[in-house]
Design a protein around this ligand. Sequence first.
Ligand code: NAP
Length: 312
Amino acid sequence: MKVFVTRTLPGRALERLRERGLEVEVHPGLFLPREALLKRVEGAVGLIPTVEDRIDAEVMDRAGPGLRVIACYSVGVDHVDLQAAKERGIRVTHTPGVLTEATADLTLALLLAVARRVVEGAAYAKDGLWKAWHPELLLGLDLQGLTLGLIGMGRIGQAVAKRALAFGMRVVYHARTPKPLPYPFLSLEELLKEADIVSLHTPLTPETHRLLNRERLFAMKRGAILLNTARGALVDTEALVEALRSHLFGAGLDVTDPEPLPLGHPLYALPNAVITPHIGSAGRRTRERMAEAAVESLLAVLEGREPPNPVV
Ligand code: NAP
């Protein structure tokens, strides 16, 4: 029985599959072109895809009727056609929880980088411009006392809130439903008006696609910061470029739309945008634990057990 893994994974989790007698095929490259994906899934009973692999009905049908489980190597599942999986009786699982702290850490890294102009400062020093100390050199925002508005208050949103408190920030949030948490719940419109920093932590769904459209981006406070470590398509990128030129202090983006963000994109030219290449969960141990979680779910389905993290 064949399992297709769309990228090499850190750690030894895949050994467990081999020990159970499964034939494990791993795509070794950085990219997996669509045609290669379609070819390599043929005859697989299980898939472990990454966020970059669009797993739709065509992929499922090319795998064939033996396909039983798609064990996503991510918590987000917007790259999988869940309805198509349901119709074919294919289970879909994901890796929630194990990447929460790493993603919250990166959110804070981006916040500090933008607020205190770390990337600009590092380039300034490296480029030989650092000739003197000056009281007005590279002034940024003091985090103490600022209001952080979290949109999405699940695992990652709450982990970011904890970190923000340690920096002396006030936390408010918006989600679909209020939670028993010690932070004020606000409507989206209220949050955008109040927050000095807006940070996105919802999944990408039809409801959240372009949640921050032009109107909402410009409804943010003048001089505010936007953080996105969730999914790029939550934001209207073109409007964000405009907002960064005229309205916002800056943005920290681990995810973009499109992704990867192509060379020459206007976002790269903005000194107040700090962009990282979707590395929210990229702690070594975290990535090993994601592999272990995906393997555990995949084996559970193939062995007829209920998987620990089902989506479908
Ligand atoms: P989670 O625990 O499921 O939390 C999601 C939150 O989003 C919940 O509070 C939910 O509200 C809220 N939400 C959902 N739909 C909403 C809507 N229409 N309007 C307002 N709020 C909405 O998920 P998580 O583990 O924190 O992960 C969040 C997302 O982060 C993932 O889906 C993934 O796309 C992204 N992520 C990115 C990286 C990266 O590498 N950059 C790493 C990990 C995760 P309710 O609680 O009211 O339902």
